[in-house]
Design a protein around this ligand. Structure first.
Ligand code: PMP
Length: 351
């Protein structure tokens, strides 16, 4: 339990005082059959759906279904236009430009820094250790009274490993700002989600996404789980109709596909292990970081030349060879069996 966390004190002044935009549909709560409040086209849309009407701003139906799947009550859930929207809203809610700062633990997901830069928030970097775990002493030293957010990605992108849960708890207990745990790749991991710890930590925000295991990257749906009070802040500052109707409809339908998603997760994890064991037999592969995600970080000789060769072969991986602590590494997403075999053949041909 974190005893000294004070959400109200943490908020930006303007956000604390903000009177949120109130849409026509927010103000009216009853039943009606004639809707002349929102300047919509009354005739319909050119599509066989009621897309002429604005969507539910709080996505009640979708949250209800997601809450059963995730085991988190709907009041503890925010939905964003990808988790990237939730990252941006966290900066806007808590960080005053040119005053506050955020702690990032590189190598990690790039949007935390991009979003900080867009919002003019100072970034304090405390590198992960050589085995890609948190440097707790370094983090403690970097925190000051203007540190509002700390992002931890677990399993981490681009390294693929999970971050030690005990270390994350240490930060949750001792840091009086918001600890964001990005669980974009949690479905592929042996570690359990932090969702069951929400009641214990008022300063915890968990990010998840339907863009990875759920196979819905194009629909843009990210989730944030947090205390009711933090969710209220998100709802106060989000664009009113941030999740469009087509996404709400299609995701509702997709959520019935939990069985196939679980099969694909198992297949991906099995393929990951095959890919790792085959890569490990190559003399030019110097290191493979044990992965809890659907990608592997591989250190090998001549990474940039190999990357260019793979591009020529029509195979695109991610070159991370210039990233601090990832020197010499490519990040490779686990594909289907035939895709992974094509990749391995191309690597062998290159060497
Ligand atoms: N978090 C991490 C760690 C990611 O790797 C990504 C996507 N690459 C995201 C968040 C963004 O997810 P979304 O598609 O929901 O914006």
């Amino acid at each position: 339990m974190n005893m000294s966390f004070n959400l109200n004190a943490l908020l930006r002044d303007n956000i604390r005082k903000l009177v949120p935009y109130s849409s026509a549909r927010d103000e009216f709560k009853g039943e009606a059959s004639v809707w002349l409040d929102a300047n919509e086209n009354p005739f319909g849309s050119p599509l066989p759906h009621d897309y002429n009407r604005y969507p539910d701003p709080l996505q009640h139906q979708l949250k209800h279904k997601l809450s059963k799947i995730k085991g988190v009550p709907a009041e503890h859930m925010f939905l964003g236009n990808g988790s990237d929207e939730a990252i941006d809203l966290l900066y806007r809610a808590f960080c005053t430009p040119q005053v506050d700062n955020v702690i990032l633990v590189p190598p990690t997901y790039g949007m935390y820094e991009v979003s900080a830069n867009i919002n003019d928030i100072a970034v304090r970097k405390v590198n992960l250790t050589n085995d890609y775990q948190l440097n707790l002493d370094g983090i403690a030293e970097a925190i000051d009274q203007h540190t509002k957010l700390l992002f931890i990605c677990s399993p981490n992108n681009p390294t693929g490993n999970s971050i030690n849960a005990q270390d994350i708890e240490t930060i949750l207990v001792n840091f009086n700002g918001i600890v964001v745990i990005d669980e974009a790749y949690i479905n592929y991991s042996k570690q359990k989600s932090f969702t069951q710890a929400l009641a214990e930590f008022p300063n915890l925000v968990i990010l998840q996404t339907l863009s990875k295991a759920w196979g819905l990257a194009a629909l843009r749906l990210g989730l944030a789980f947090a205390s009711k009070e933090i969710i209220e802040v998100f709802n106060k500052i989000k664009p009113p109709y941030n999740i469009n109707q087509a996404t709400q409809d299609l995701v509702l339908e997709a959520l019935d596909g939990v069985d196939i998603i679980n099969e694909w997760i198992k297949a991906t994890v099995a393929e990951r292990e095959v890919l790792v064991s085959k890569l490990a037999t190559l003399a030019q592969v110097e290191h493979i970081t044990p992965s809890d995600a659907n990608f592997v970080l591989v250190k090998l000789s001549e990474p940039r030349a190999l990357y260019a060769y793979l591009v020529e072969q029509g195979i695109i991986v991610r070159d991370r060879s210039k990233v601090t602590l990832c020197e010499g590494c490519l990040r490779i997403t686990v594909g289907t069996k035939p895709e992974n075999e094509r990749l391995l053949e191309a690597i062998q041909t290159f060497y």
